[in-house]
Design a protein around this ligand. Structure first.
Ligand code: AMP
Length: 302
């Protein structure tokens, strides 16, 4: 089943102890779409400027990604710059230039308006809501990601948008900031009052945790000897998670748990190289192999 995503398509400047790039194709929707397309067709809604060339767009080609909803406008593509600490655990944002996103008014192609699985990747909450409103029938599953930038600048808009989604998928510091709660289980209770019925907390090297009324489920991060660049790991996680669910058409507890593993699999591949390079060259067969590795990692007898 096709999966709709709205979010940023960007140029990123990245610095980590493993290297530096000045202009890599990135953006939350880019990582998400590429990761999800291993499981199901993806329909992309985003905007790029006239500096985004046909060569940059190659990342979407040859995959099940429909780019009819990718608008090309006069001006510059969204630009983000970040620098990572020695251990890759901390990141400072050096620049966020919205550029063409500042004036973006998403218009969903007619064929996107009936899609049953929707992911609102990290972008201004009013744009996320606008896209959700253009979907004609209530989706089977709508999930949302956001970040501190929007929690701080557009809090009221974000809360309004949250009323309309089933799953919130954010990292641990964003969970704490949004809920004003340090403890993640208490934070989940606060967040459930805002609208979502499931919270997925992405915890970097500590893995991911899912909380809903049935309980808590945790997956570790894949132990990697040489992670290179955590950029987009969260978006790739979300792509694996939502892609798997849209692909299998289920939302049972068992399916959600498997989605947590496929999310972690895609997130773990994303950090192995700079930018989208590892996902660009990822082979379909590598995914089940790593999922089996995850099963082995967490298996034990009582
Ligand atoms: P992540 O590492 O999962 O937080 O995602 C990083 C990606 O998000 C980068 O490729 C950026 O281009 C994009 N990004 C960073 N800040 C924002 C923002 N404020 N709104 C939308 N996308 C952003």
């Amino acid at each position: 089943m096709s999966l709709l995503v709205v979010g940023s398509v960007a140029f990123d400047a990245l610095e980590s102890p493993y290297g530096k790039v000045d202009r890599a194709v990135g953006g939350a929707a880019t990582y998400f779409a590429v990761a999800a397309s291993f499981f199901t067709p993806v329909s992309l809604v985003a905007i790029v400027g006239d500096d985004f060339t046909s060569r940059d767009e190659e990342i979407f080609r040859g995959r099940h990604i429909d780019t009819d909803g990718l608008e090309h406008a006069a001006g510059k593509t969204f630009f983000w710059a970040g620098r990572y600490s020695e251990n890759l655990n901390e990141r400072v944002t050096l620049a966020t230039d919205l550029n063409v996103f500042a004036e973006f008014k998403p218009r969903l192609p007619e064929k996107y308006r009936k899609l049953k699985y929707v992911f609102l990747a990290n972008i201004a909450p009013e744009l996320q809501r606008d896209v959700l409103h253009q979907v004609k029938v209530r989706p089977k599953l709508a999930a949302l990601d956001t970040m501190n930038y929007w929690i701080e600048r557009s809090n009221a808009e974000l809360r309004e948008t949250l009323k309309h989604v089933d799953i919130l998928m954010i990292n641990d510091s964003e969970t704490r900031e949004l809920s004003n709660e340090h403890n993640l289980l208490r934070a989940a209770k606060h967040i459930f009052k805002m609208g979502p019925t499931t919270l997925v907390v992405k915890r970097g090297e500590y893995g991911a945790m899912m909380v809903d009324k049935r309980g808590v489920f945790c997956v570790p991060a894949f132990p990697l000897e040489e992670p290179h660049d955590p950029t987009g790991a969260g978006d790739s996680f979300a792509g694996g998670f939502m892609g798997y669910l849209a692909g299998c058409g289920e939302k049972s507890d068992a399916a959600l748990r498997r989605a947590m593993v496929y999310g972690s699999v895609l997130g773990s591949f994303a950090v192995e190289k700079f930018g989208v390079e590892r996902l660009r060259h990822l082979k379909r067969s590598e995914i089940p192999a790593r999922a089996r590795h995850f099963a082995k990692l967490t298996q034990f007898k009582l």
